[in-house]
Design a protein around this ligand. Structure first.
Ligand code: PMP
Length: 427
């Protein structure tokens, strides 16, 4: 029976029982963390042998003869560009390889646009107003970058097919101060949704009022499937934009943070040849070149896209039981109660949970008091403000499957108690 259909007396009785269970859970002194999307240590162990691919007796030349130990090669060695291009579904001439973190590239792109402008356009810092569209729920670190530059952020609701394209077209095609949009197009953070072909094509066909409008296409989870047989596909935004006559409209980002090592991966940007040339002109002032030994290490280890895909299935084997343990508890404990809905991703790093309106903060706080740390409620929205106080991001990657089950038990218990308290306010 749905909680909202229960009488006040029934709810009070149920709450008494749940409060008792909660007290018992609290007394266990648990310390579980499902807050950030970090691979577990055992997952990192999968890639340890990558460190053996290069040692003091290795040939340190890239395929074009570059000595990778030395200065130079601003945009990456050819074989690394090819590998990252294949991962993103584009071609090497669109790619620049950076250091270890794609977030750093995203920051750089906003920063560059802000101080110097894109392809000769007015730097954003000289404009009265700069706005970004933010599909929500989304990734807190994206929102932190635009907030840091004083850019106004506008919420765009997400659906299983991607963000609300009607709304996006209205803003982008009519408002010159809208300069960008944050997208996680595949296995989105936190819902795990993948943009449909229609969504991608509508993105490519935008007719921006601002000449320097850019789609920030963060393809962080492009190859991060959970299953061998159930995998999402996505169109290549770069060629779609070319076909639609908008070649310069997109910056795509990806990294091997959750393929090899988050602390020591390889990150890349992909964009039109004009954008790549524009970026390289400024990049040459920033650096003489990124870590080419790391690039070599990655290419020698993975060899090609097939090698990367096979490696990702080893990650999936570790991630899947954690997702399944969490989803099992959610399904068994909450189905039919009318107090929450959740996503069931086929890839990525997160499960998104929507509680009854006005309950997310209280649920997160109650979990914390029982030793279960979740991402702060509100973090999935610009300025940390979820207008409905409803969304909670669950990150199952770090704990063991057993810990995830335990943490999920506490989570559903807190969801039930807080929801009853909310419903009782109206009875
Ligand atoms: N983008 C998204 C959507 C992410 O979820 C994350 C990591 N949580 C990142 C980027 C960070 O990527 P990187 O390690 O390459 O900076």
């Amino acid at each position: 029976m749905q909680y909202c259909e229960m009488s006040k007396e029934e709810l009070l009785k149920l709450k008494e029982e749940l409060d008792e269970t909660y007290k018992e859970a609290q007394s266990k002194g648990l310390s579980l963390n499902m807050s950030r999307g970090k691979p577990s240590a055992t997952q990192l162990n999968i890639t340890m042998d990558m460190l053996d691919t290069i040692n003091s007796s290795s040939d340190m030349k890239s395929e074009d003869g570059t000595d990778c130990r030395n200065y130079g090669v601003l945009d990456g060695i050819p074989e690394a560009k090819k590998l990252m291009a294949d991962i993103m579904g584009t071609t090497p001439e669109h790619v620049i390889i950076y250091g270890n973190a794609s977030l750093n590239i995203m920051y750089d792109q906003v920063s560059r646009a802000y101080t110097h402008g894109l392809l000769g356009n007015t730097p954003w810092c000289k404009l009265d107003k700069v706005k970004f569209l933010c599909p929500v729920p989304g990734y807190d670190r994206h929102f932190a970058i635009t907030e840091h530059f004083g850019i106004e952020m506008i919420n765009i609701p997400m659906s299983e097919n991607g963000p609300d394209m009607d709304m996006i077209e209205k803003y982008v095609n009519n408002d010159e101060s809208v300069k960008g949009i944050w997208c996680v197009p595949k296995y989105s953070n936190p819902q795990g949704y993948t943009y449909s072909d229609e969504t991608v094509k509508r993105f490519a066909a935008l007719k921006p009022a601002a000449k320097d409008f850019r789609i920030f296409w963060d393809n962080a989870y492009v190859i991060h499937h959970l299953y061998e047989d159930k995998q999402d596909e996505i169109l290549d935004i770069i060629s779609e934009c070319e076909k639609a006559g908008n070649p310069d409209m997109v910056f795509e980002f990806a990294s091997t943070s959750k393929v090899s090592f988050p602390g020591s991966g390889m990150a890349a940007l992909a964009s039109s040849e004009a954008n790549v040339a524009d970026i390289k002109k400024q990049l040459t002032i920033q650096t003489i070149g990124h870590d080419k030994i790391n690039q070599l290490r990655h290419v020698r280890y993975f060899k090609n896209l097939e090698g990367v895909k096979a490696h990702m299935m080893k990650h999936a084997a570790q991630m899947r039981p954690k997702f399944e343990a969490t989803l099992k508890v959610l399904k068994e404990e909450l189905t039919g109660l009318g107090i929450g809905t959740w996503s069931e991703p086929r890839g990525g790093y997160f499960i998104s949970f929507d509680a009854m309106e006005g309950c997310a903060k209280a649920i997160v706080a109650k979990c914390k008091d029982a030793g279960v740390v979740l991402t702060n409620a509100g973090a999935t929205f610009p300025y940390g403000k979820d207008p409905k106080d409803s969304n909670i991001r669950i990150a199952p990657s770090f704990p063991t499957p057993e810990e995830m089950e335990l943490a999920s038990d506490i989570f559903v218990l807190c969801v039930k108690i807080v929801s009853i308290e909310k419903i009782l306010e109206t009875k």
